[in-house]
Design a protein around this ligand. Structure first.
Ligand SMILES: Nc1ncnc2c1ncn2[C@@H]1O[C@H](COP(=O)(O)OP(=O)(O)OP(=O)(O)O)[C@@H](O)[C@H]1O
Length: 423
């Protein structure tokens, strides 16, 4: 009897737990997305905050509905077990009275007292068994995320490890590279091909949404390339080696610098591969040495999660120091100068010219001034390479996209840029 009640209850409560987990994860993710996007909501959408509050309220209500039904379920099982328990007690009592001549009073008392306890014990046992099974839905979700979701390529492929010195020169060749973010979405890079010479400094420019950042996604294999695409770096096809091997051989100074909770030492050299002297040299080259020395603990001073106790500029300088330490032959700057002051900007630009003089540098640029003296300018337009040449040759053609972009910066600045490019 208890078994059948438990079976019936578990079928429902298991499904309720699943729905609860789904609804709750939607509630949390929407809530955290709202918090992260608060400034955008306030800036671009007059009613954005109210809409977000309303949607959060709807999500919360939905989650409460499921929770409420779960509570009702526990009351349901409690009531059924209580009734069944007392019916059993009653039946036992009738049987004992009927057989009063054959059963001694001590045994009759024992049976009745055990039966009275059985009802509450069974209710507790059924609840525990159901909770155990319900909570296993969390383990089930973990297995789903580990086994059923599409995984990125392996971090290391033992029989295809690049030599320790790779990339030796920093030659990069994009060959018919196509990329889309999801199979159902359109191509954001459409069969693009170009070669970057070793040690060249390449400025990538283009309108917003042209595909500049997607180039970097392709280079780091953060999104799988479409079939037929090939990126060759110093003779090695990047998608034939492990992703960790590929990514660890390049340095990036991203638009939103990534710092970890820990110390300056940990953020600069998480694997403890460099000497203390090398760390200070890298900090000196990026003009952060004075600041770190002033902090209590020096290199062991605390860096908060996401680098929140540092300014955006300082965070980028920590990333610059990290890149300087790794002495990569390929360095990427993703609009690294877009959100920093001019002093930090010129410091990063100086480091590119002096400390990374032998490295291949790809800069996604918003300020044309920063890339005007580069070896090549790559103009992206709607997922394609529209122009790829020296700044001088591009500016000679008044009709080129790059020329037009330069002209749009204003008469005086355009004249300055043209003279800097040697036109
Ligand atoms: N994670 C993503 N999922 C789906 N589409 C994306 C994603 N990131 C970018 N896109 C789309 O890919 C296209 C190219 O975007 P990308 O970020 O490469 O352009 P961009 O030139 O770097 O633009 P911006 O200068 O504004 O950063 C855009 O149409 C954009 O909407």
């Amino acid at each position: 009897m208890y078994y059948f009640i438990a079976l019936y209850y578990q079928m429902t409560s298991r499904e309720l737990k699943r729905i609860d987990a789904l609804v709750r994860s939607h509630l949390f993710s929407y809530f955290s997305e709202t918090l992260n996007g608060m400034s955008t909501l306030k800036a671009y959408h007059p009613h954005g905050i109210n809409c977000a509050i309303e949607r959060n309220r709807v999500n919360m209500d939905r989650s409460h509905h499921v929770y409420y039904i779960q509570i009702l379920g526990t009351k349901w099982i409690g009531a059924r077990v209580f009734v069944v328990g007392h019916v059993l007690n009653f039946v036992a009592l009738v049987l004992i009275i009927w057989a009063r001549d054959d059963i001694d009073p001590a045994t009759a008392g024992l049976i009745l007292s055990y039966l009275a306890r059985l009802a509450s014990e069974m209710s507790w046992a059924i609840q525990c068994a159901a909770d155990l099974e319900n909570n296993m839905t969390s383990a089930e979700r973990l297995f789903y995320y580990t086994n059923s979701l599409e995984q990125e390529p392996p971090a290391e492929i033992l029989d295809r490890k690049p030599v320790a010195s790779w990339p030796q020169q920093g030659r990069i060749s994009f060959q018919e590279v196509s990329l889309r973010y999801r199979p159902e979405l359109p191509l954001v890079l459409d069969k693009i091909s170009f070669d970057i010479q070793a040690g060249h400094k390449v400025g990538v420019v283009g309108r917003t949404g042209a595909g500049k950042s997607s180039l970097i996604q392709a280079l780091f294999l953060l999104v799988p390339l479409d079939p037929g695409s090939k990126i060759v770096m110093d003779g090695v096809e990047t998608d034939t080696i492990g992703t960790a091997d590929l990514r660890s051989r390049m340095s990036i100074i991203p638009q939103d610098p990534v710092l970890f909770q820990g110390t300056f030492r940990y953020n600069l050299d998480p694997l403890n591969k460099h000497t203390e002297q090398a760390l200070w040299q890298a900090l000196e080259a990026s003009d952060l040495k004075g600041y770190v020395q002033q902090q209590e603990g020096g290199l062991d001073a605390i860096v908060a999660a996401q680098g929140e106790n540092l300014s955006v500029g300082q965070r980028q300088l920590v990333c610059l120091s990290r890149a300087l330490l790794s002495k990569s032959k390929v360095v990427i700057l993703d609009e690294a100068t877009a959100s920093v002051d001019l002093a930090t900007d010129s410091l990063i630009q100086k480091a590119i010219r002096v400390d990374f003089s032998d490295s291949t540098v790809i800069t996604i640029a918003h300020r044309l001034n920063t890339v005007i003296d580069y070896n090549r300018i790559l103009v992206m337009d709607r997922g394609q390479v529209a122009e790829y040449d020296t700044p001088r040759d591009l500016l000679k053609n008044r009709q080129s996209l790059f020329s037009k972009m330069v002209d749009e910066t204003g008469e005086a600045n355009a004249a300055l840029l043209r003279s800097l490019a040697g036109c």
